[in-house]
Design a protein around this ligand. Structure first.
Ligand SMILES: [Zn+2]
Length: 118
């Protein structure tokens, strides 16, 4: 399976389209609501950020960081960029987000044939 690059920046770039996919109810041709109200005004604000928005601006419009947050599945740190490894990303897929530091540690472990493992 290909290894896919992901970053807070790419998540920010996709945020408006993902917001629409999540909250626009196709059959009813209407926008859904969250506890913060109707989702359409947020979509309009996301579009106004342009095609290459700053992730922090997306967070501000949405009101939280969940749409641009990226976390390494190995070290659990919030990261700016990393790669998806494993099955094609889906709800129940076996897919892992890995940061540069953890990938490098993995390469070192292979290079050392695991001899430095604790
Ligand atoms: Zn990591």
């Amino acid at each position: 399976m290909p290894i896919y690059y992901e970053s807070r920046k790419t998540l920010a770039t996709q945020a408006a389209a993902r917001w629409r996919n999540t909250y626009f109810v196709r059959n009813g041709e209407e926008w859904g609501n969250t506890k913060n109200g109707n989702t359409h005004p947020v979509y309009i604000k996301l579009l106004k950020l342009g095609k290459n928005p700053n992730p922090d601006d997306v967070d501000e419009v949405i009101g939280n960081e969940s749409w641009t947050r990226l976390t390494c599945d190995n070290c659990n740190k919030e990261i700016n960029e990393g790669v998806w490894i494993g099955e094609h990303l889906d709800y129940e897929s076996r897919t892992t987000m890995a940061c540069v530091k953890c990938l490098q540690e993995g390469i070192n472990t292979i290079t050392n044939k695991g001899e430095n493992n604790e």
